[in-house]
Structures are given as structure tokens and as C-alpha cells.
Design a binder for this molecule. Structure first.
Ligand SMILES: Cc1cc2nc3c(=O)[nH]c(=O)nc-3n(C[C@H](O)[C@H](O)[C@H](O)COP(=O)(O)OP(=O)(O)OC[C@H]3O[C@@H](n4cnc5c(N)ncnc54)[C@H](O)[C@@H]3O)c2cc1C
Length: 423
């Protein structure tokens, strides 16, 4: 990186240092490509417990990438292995009791595909901390934060960002990792296919009496999916999808009433459960950028696509983008070629667009199927769950997809980082 009074010159400019942007910075740096990440938020505030209540289901292949990026030593103590996933249908109060007794359910057991867990549940704040620690060890990546990118200008040889502080950063290419609203995508005029769900994701953590044994439960209530995700210790993260008109009333309940509502859905299978810590709520929607690249610009992570959290895949898709993009860029740099050239960025788009679109639409179909209380639909999906449960080959295929160890085009199309190799 060279800095003159006016402009910082680098190879790759990354707009947004969230979970996706910082991982991209680390991956490029480990591949020998210098980069600057700019984020609007203060790094010390984003690791605070009050900043982000989400606990992400990190697929097995994504964990391999965290290992390859030197983050796993800092993460291991905070990562809860997911051994089993149980999916079932249920309705009304004491939903978990009914789910446990449901005649049709789907059980994914990691032992069917090997010794490794299906993935890990990790609190986002610990992933951010591990990224910040890894950043300290990578001299080729520089984080500028807090400072927002006010605009990006493109020319034939690169992209220049003007920051709110008045500084400028210039790279051969800009990577927009600036989230769902992506000001960089909007300024470039890239259109979205998008819709919103009439649902809100309520997220909170509960402590319970009995151990969860690494089992993630997801069952389907009339308002939408209710997920109980195992965390380290006798704790679980709840992702409770609720109708948007009802969610504010649930969020405003006092502690005793909120505990009662949770008990109604949670049931007694883990013993007494009590919420600990704050409640968060997230509006839920779908979006897919019509283009991922423009001259000297590529969209990555939520800037390119956003999905319902029904299958815990949003971050995993973004990190798969990172693995593919880093590989394309690092290979190009090793050949001494221009990392921001159109054909290089197109290679990334071709690699990722089909996979993202197929998975995102599949998840959208699941949301509609499982947020529906019409009797024939309910019966059909229950039977569908039961049938898949009886088909070991299909079950294993689902597990491999959930673990991220297969790409839509087959194992050999997985980027090196997702295979746990150096970028
Ligand atoms: C309830 C819920 C549960 C979820 N659970 C899971 C799960 O279990 N597993 C999973 O894989 N995914 C999950 N997701 C999805 C996942 O959280 C997101 O896909 C992921 O956080 C997106 O990361 P990102 O870095 O692309 O975007 P963001 O996290 O939105 O980061 C964008 C960054 O860009 C910065 N920024 C924006 N504008 C500017 C600017 N002008 N200048 C500088 N910086 C800027 C912001 O400060 C921010 O740091 C869940 C989502 C929800 C809502």
C-alpha cells in the first residue's frame, strides 16, 4: 500500500468490512494480494454482545475455510458442533412436544456421511473477533474504520473511493461487500429481483436445564419456522419467525410473558428454558442482483443476494462467493495479469451466480411451503418429510449440500478454500 497526501493506492478496494468483507480481505492477503477494507462502523462496537444477537450456522466447508484463513484457533472454543438436524411439523401451543411426537419428521445424522459434524453454531461476535485477530497477522490487508465510503468512481484502470473523512482509496477493482442495502450496488445502477416476506425473525438466546447434544431442531408453526440452534454450554439460540403484524407485541412482552411464549413453542424436551440477554428482530426478504459485476466492480455476499434464514445459508453463500472470488483473483495476480479485467470478474460471476440463484430459489420455495397452514399443503409436506427421511441417498445429498461440501457442479468445482486448502 502506498499513501500520498491525497490517495491510498492498493490492489483491491473492499467496501464494507462485515463478516463477508473482512473474510475476503483475509483471503486475498493470504494469497499475496494487497487490499484495503473500508467499514463505516467502529471495530470495537461490532464485537460487543449488544451489537448483533445472531448465531450463525456455519457449514462444514465454511469452517474448513476459516481454518485455512488462520481463524479457527480463535474460534474453536466458541464453536458448537452440529451433530444432528431434526425437522418436523407442528402447530399451536407446546409445539415442541408435538414436534417430538410427530409421525413425519426428517432426521439428518452426521454419522451417515462421516465423522465430522454438519457444521458449527458460532456467535457472530466471535467470528468478528477472530477476523480482527487474524487481520493483525496479515500485513497485506489494511482496515480503515470507522469511515464510510461516500462514492466510488470507475475508470479504465481501476476504482477510486472517496471516504467521508476526505481520504481517497484507489485499487484496480472494487469489491462491494456493503450488505443488503449496498450503496455501491445502488450507485452503480445494478437492479435487484426482490420481495419481502410478511414475517420478522425474532432472535434470542435461552438457557436450558438439559444438554442439547448438538442437535439443531427446526419445526414449522403456522407463522413460519421456529429454530432451536445449539450453542456452547446448555444454551440455544432461537430464530422465531413470526407474522410481522404480531412480532412487535411479542417483542414488547415483559420477561415472564416472553418466557411463557417461548415455553409454549419450545416445550420441555430440554427442561426449563429461560431467555437470557436481549431480543432482536430482523425484517426478512429475498433479493438477487441481476448482475454481479460491472467494469472494475464485483458484488459479494448480501450486496449480491439475500435469503430467508430458514436454512441458515445467507452467510454461507456469501463466504462461498469469497472463496471463489479470492481464487479467481489470486490466480490472476500470480500470472501477473490485471485482477480487475472484465473477463476475470466474469469468471467469478459465472462460478457463483447459478449456485446462489438455485439455492436462494430453493429456500424461497421452502419458506412458502413451510409458512403455510392450509390443510392439504400441510399434509403433503408432512408426507414429503416422511418420504425423504426414508431415502438415505437423498438424505445424504441434502446433508452434503447443507455442509457445503458439494457445489452445484460437483465436488471439483468447490474453491480451494472450501476444500480447506490454501487459496
Ligand atoms: C435472523 C437471521 C439469522 C441468520 N442466520 C444465519 C445462519 O445461521 N447462517 C448463515 O449462513 N446466515 C445467516 N443469516 C444471514 C447472514 O447474517 C448474512 O447473510 C450476513 O451477515 C451478510 O454479511 P455481509 O458481510 O454480506 O453483510 P453485512 O453484515 O450487512 O455487512 C455489511 C458491512 O458493510 C458496511 N457498510 C455499509 N455501507 C458502507 C459504506 N458506505 N462504507 C463503508 N462500509 C459500509 C457495514 O458497516 C457492514 O459492516 C441470518 C440472517 C438473519 C436476518
Amino acid at each position: 500500500m502506498t499513501e500520498t497526501a491525497a490517495t491510498i493506492e492498493t490492489e483491491a478496494l473492499i467496501v464494507g468490512g462485515g463478516l463477508v468483507g473482512l473474510t475476503l480481505g483475509l483471503a486475498l492477503a493470504r494469497g499475496g494480494v494487497e487490499c484495503v477494507v473500508v467499514d463505516a462502523l467502529d471495530p470495537s462496537s461490532v464485537t460487543d454482545a449488544a451489537f448483533d444477537g445472531r448465531v450463525s450456522a456455519v457449514a462444514f466447508a465454511t469452517c474448513r475455510m476459516f481454518r485455512a484463513l488462520n481463524m479457527w484457533d480463535d474460534l474453536a472454543a466458541h464453536a458448537q458442533p452440529i451433530n444432528d438436524i431434526v425437522v418436523s411439523d407442528s402447530r399451536g401451543p407446546r409445539a415442541a412436544d408435538k414436534a417430538a411426537a410427530a409421525p413425519f419428521f426428517l432426521h439428518f445424522d452426521h454419522r451417515e456421511i462421516g465423522d465430522e459434524p454438519l457444521g458449527h453454531l458460532i456467535e457472530n461476535r466471535y467470528t468478528r473477533l477472530a477476523q480482527q485477530e487474524a487481520l493483525e497477522r496479515e500485513p497485506l490487508v489494511t482496515l480503515i474504520a470507522p469511515d464510510a465510503v461516500a462514492r466510488v468512481d470507475y475508470d479504465a484502470r481501476g476504482a477510486t473511493a472517496e471516504l467521508r473523512s476526505g481520504r481517497k482509496v484507489r485499487g484496480r477493482v472494487a469489491f462491494a461487500c456493503d450488505g443488503r442495502a449496498s450503496p455501491t450496488r445502488e450507485a452503480a445502477g445494478i437492479k435487484l429481483v426482490k420481495w419481502t416476506y410478511p414475517q420478522v425473525g425474532i432472535v434470542t438466546t435461552v438457557e436450558h436445564e438439559r444438554p442439547h447434544e448438538g442437535v439443531a431442531q427446526e419445526y414449522f408453526l403456522p407463522a413460519g419456522p421456529f429454530a432451536i440452534l445449539p450453542m456452547v454450554g446448555n444454551r440455544s439460540s432461537l430464530v422465531w419467525t413470526e407474522r410481522e403484524e404480531l412480532a412487535p407485541a411479542f417483542l414488547a412482552l415483559d420477561d415472564d410473558q416472553f418466557t411463557e411464549e417461548i415455553a409454549n413453542r419450545f416445550g420441555p424436551y430440554l427442561g426449563k428454558a429461560r431467555p437470557v440477554g436481549p431480543r432482536w428482530s430482523y425484517p426478512l426478504g429475498f433479493h438477487m442482483a441481476r448482475e454481479y459485476v460491472r467494469p472494475r466492480l464485483a458484488l459479494v455476499g448480501d450486496a449480491a443476494h439475500g435469503v430467508h434464514p430458514i436454512a441458515g445459508q445467507g452467510l454461507n453463500l456469501g463466504l462461498r462467493d469469497v472463496a471463489a472470488l479470492a481464487e479467481v483473483i489470486v490466480d490472476t495476480a500470480r500470472l501477473g495479469l490485471d485482477i480487475g479485467a472484465d473477463d476475470v470478474l466474469k469468471r467469478y460471476e459465472t462460478w457463483r451466480r447459478f449456485d446462489n440463484t438455485a439455492l436462494a430459489l430453493g429456500m424461497d420455495a421452502l419458506v412458502h411451503l413451510f409458512s403455510n397452514d392450509v390443510a392439504p399443503v400441510r399434509i403433503a409436506r408432512d408426507i414429503g418429510l416422511g418420504i425423504v427421511n426414508e431415502l438415505p441417498l437423498l438424505r445424504r445429498l441434502f446433508m452434503r449440500h447443507a455442509g457445503g461440501t458439494v457445489a452445484m457442479g460437483g465436488e471439483k468445482k468447490l474453491p480451494r478454500l472450501l476444500r480447506g486448502e490454501a487459496v
